[in-house]
Design a protein around this ligand. Structure first.
Ligand SMILES: NC(=O)c1ccc[n+]([C@@H]2O[C@H](COP(=O)([O-])OP(=O)(O)OC[C@H]3O[C@@H](n4cnc5c(N)ncnc54)[C@H](OP(=O)(O)O)[C@@H]3O)[C@@H](O)[C@H]2O)c1
Length: 431
């Protein structure tokens, strides 16, 4: 065996990065693995637009069948994104005996159960490193480097757009809308950024991380997802005064035998490493029994870093084919200590709450009384500056409380005629 043949579907940003790396590092890679990785065909809808790398016309096609049905092609790299027709291409490719490399987190988060089962059935692999944290080798680290570990928790800043927006608000004291328009102007946010800002992209990545750490392939509906669009600059500033920073975190952790899987804005101590992760950078903090606490950090998007992860998998597959091995990359086994998924109502957390109240005697006592009625105790209270019409912001830090109780208490507080709806609650994590 002196070469493996690769068919690439999707010659866009990442796809052209893959071709670029395989061309520019051809000799280095061949020397390292003793086999040539050969791009046999490239499929894209659009063959006219100029790419960052030019290729011979004979390599290009508009027909994915020319790749999927080619008996000489060993690996199909899917880089078109989205669910359909990416799913159909992956299914057909697995059925015709190809390994798959993809960067498509949305596809695997939604259709992973079926696709991973099919891959196992056909003794083929689906590799997906670039789908989380682009070039950060987090998937490989969880699957291989930490294989003997039991994981306690994973906290990830896995969406660069949201992290840029929150960092921008915090650094420049500007509104969410201003920070988002800056992100768009600098090419860090899509025209429609809703998947990023609403936490959906982070949830897709969390599904994959949870699968690798805890052996549980959660469905999207199992995950509590809250985005960042309601975060105000006032809350960022009040939190900072308390030594806290707001980050959109993807969280998976075991609490008393139950697995919590959630994405939401989270207050963490300013002293924690994750709080200094700024801009479009991604970072994942993993706690495990043997290796302890580990931090992975790096660019979460970009042509060459995502393509670097894709190429690393092409090397893995080449080595396996060369050795005549099939080792499933999904060697994760369900963690036996996880009894069930915990619903968001049942989680227990500390909270930051802020409400706007009339500056009158007795208001705080009424609010505290409601919290006490729901079994919630207050760790600290701060009344902020006097505002127009004598409405003042009051910030409280709440001791560990059940989410359901806190929600019910806030609904009751928001109904008081001395409080303006709607109060804000942000979960806190010690990490
Ligand atoms: N960009 C990053 O930094 C990054 C990082 C990590 C992971 N990813 C993931 O990598 C994947 C690719 O992202 P990308 O940034 O490279 O996207 P992209 O630049 O939009 O590239 C996708 C390419 O596929 C083509 N295409 C779409 N549907 C097709 C079909 N049915 N048949 C053939 N070609 C088709 C597109 O053509 P048209 O433009 O004509 O539609 C486009 O040229 C996505 O799953 C993304 O989530 C990207």
């Amino acid at each position: 065996m002196n070469k493996i043949n690769v068919g690439l579907i999707g010659f866009g940003n990442v796809g052209s990065g893959v071709v670029k790396i395989l061309r520019e590092k051809k000799h280095l890679l061949s020397k390292k693995i003793g086999v040539e990785i050969n791009i046999k065909k490239i499929c894209d809808k659009d063959l006219a637009s100029k790419r960052s790398i030019s290729v011979e016309k004979s390599l290009l096609t508009r027909s994915p069948k020319e790749i999927i049905e080619d008996p000489q092609t060993d690996v199909v790299v899917e880089l078109i994104g989205g669910i359909h027709p990416a799913k159909e291409y992956v299914v057909q490719a697995l059925k015709s005996g190809k390994h798959i490399v993809t960067a498509n987190k949305a596809l695997l988060a939604q259709e992973g159960r079926e696709l991973f089962a099919l891959a196992r059935d056909r003794e083929k692999n689906i590799y997906f490193e670039a789908s989380v944290g682009a070039g950060i080798p987090i998937i490989k680290a969880l699957r291989e480097g930490l294989v003997a570990n039991k994981f306690h928790s994973i906290f990830g800043i896995v969406n660069g757009t949201s992290n840029f927006v929150l960092s921008q608000m915090s650094r420049n004291n500007c509104s969410f809308a201003q920070a988002l328009s800056e992100a768009k102007a600098r090419g860090f946010a899509e025209k429609d950024p809703s998947l990023d800002i609403n936490g959906i992209d982070s949830a897709h990545k969390l599904i994959l991380l949870t699968y690798l750490c805890f052996g549980k392939l959660a469905s999207f509906n199992d995950i509590f997802v809250e985005g960042i669009s309601h975060i105000s600059i006032s809350d960022i500033n009040y939190a900072r005064e308390l030594g806290l920073e707001i980050k959109l975190l993807a969280i998976a952790k075991i609490e008393k035998g139950e697995l919590e899987v959630r994405v939401h804005p989270t207050l963490i101590p300013k002293t924690h490493l994750l709080s200094s992760v700024e801009g479009i950078v991604n970072s994942i903090y993993v706690s495990s029994d043997l290796a302890g606490n580990l931090l992975f950090y790096g660019p979460g998007a970009g042509q060459l870093c995502a393509a670097s992860a894709v190429v690393s998998h092409l090397v893995d597959i080449t080595k396996d084919i060369k050795a005549g091995l099939f080792k499933s990359v999904l060697n994760n086994v369900p963690d036996p200590s996880v009894k069930k998924l915990r619903k968001i109502d049942e989680i227990e957390s500390r909270y930051y709450i802020r409400f706007m109240a009339m500056d009158k005697p007795g208001v705080l006592a009424r609010v505290s009384g409601i919290l006490a009625k729901f079994g919630i105790s207050v760790a600290s209270v701060n009344q902020k500056e006097r505002r127009k019409a004598h409405i003042v912001p009051i910030v409280m830090i709440i001791h560990e409380a059940k989410e359901k109780n806190l929600r019910q208490a806030l609904v009751t507080i928001d109904r008081l005629n001395v409080v303006k709806p709607k109060s804000v609650a942000i979960r806190m994590e010690e990490v």
